[in-house]
Every structure is written in C-alpha cells, then in structure tokens.
Design a binder for this molecule. Sequence first.
Ligand code: HEC
Length: 157
Amino acid sequence: MKKILTYGFGALMVAVGLPAALNAQTISFGSPMVAGHSMVPPDTSGIPIGAPLVAPKLPETLSPMAVTGKRAFDAKCASCHGENAAGINGTAPPLIHFIYEPNHHPQIAFLSAVQKGVPAHHWSFGDMAPVKGVPPGIVKSIEAYIREVQRENGIPG
Ligand code: HEC
C-alpha cells in the first residue's frame, strides 16, 4: 500500500503588518514639544479632518489681559484655529506650536495676520483672510492669551 504523502503546508504564518491602529485621539504630529521651523507644510494626513492638531495643556489661571484675549479668540479665531488654539485639521493651524514662538512670530505677526491676512506658507490649509472687527488692543490681548498657553506647553518666549 502506497503511502500517500501529503504535503502539509502547515500553518504558514504570514505576518501581515497591522496598519498602525487608527486612534482618533492620537496626535501623530504637532506635539507642542516638537520644534520645527520647516517651511514644508507639516504632514497632518494621519489626523482626521476636523480634529484638533495638538492637545495643549492649559494654564491654571490666565492674566486679566489673557482672559479678555481668550474671549476675543473664541469669538473671532476659534472657528478656524480651534478650541484653545489647538488647530483644526484641514482648516487652520494650531497657534500653540513652535512655529509660532515669539522669536519667529513676534507681535507684529499677530497684528498683520488679523489686519492683512496670511498667505498660506507654513501649512496646506489655504490663506487666512483678514479678520474684521478686532482692534489692535484686542489683538494684543489675544496674543497675551496665546503666549500664556504657549508657555504652559514649553514654547519659549
Ligand atoms: C477663516 C479661517 C481663519 C480665521 C477666522 C483666523 N485664521 Fe489665523 N490662520 C488661518 C490659516 C489657514 C493660517 C495658516 C496660514 C499658513 O501659514 O499656511 C492662519 C495663520 C495665522 C497666524 C500665523 C501668521 C503667520 O505669519 O504665519 C496667526 C498669528 C493667526 N492666524 C492669527 C489669527 C487670529 C488672532 C485670528 C482671530 C482674530 C485668526 N487667526 C483667525 C485661518 C484663519
């Protein structure tokens, strides 16, 4: 009787690399702790459209000027720059980011951004149009607010 040899392929384990688990909470880019002044738009493709780009830590208290600034920011800027200036993927960048540390973007950048708008250059979210109805004094308080949150996140200034 002929012995029939069956080729047992065995369990050929094919290691299929699991695609990196997609975690909506994961912020794969833009940690405020990552320095970067590159003019190449940061890659935000791993983050869902509409999601925040960073997770800023908030200071326990804000100065009175920053409180005024936060109110104005929430009314005039947060629709694009997100709650706590964390950015909105596909819409506008986080301002709590090393790109916007004071040495690189001093106060004039805030005023000029609001008054003249910003041509897209650091990101791929398009231009920022000028924002009406924000007088220079209010822009200063918005900046005070952003700087206080930046400092809480280790951004020098
Ligand atoms: C309609 C959406 C929108 C609104 C509203 C908006 N921004 Fe922006 N902003 C943008 C985008 C998009 C950029 C990024 C441009 C780039 O660098 O690619 C930007 C960039 C900036 C910058 C960086 C400027 C620079 O020189 O690189 C500052 C500062 C800024 N915004 C402040 C503000 C403030 C303050 C307000 C509220 C008074 C505001 N923005 C409202 C979309 C917006």
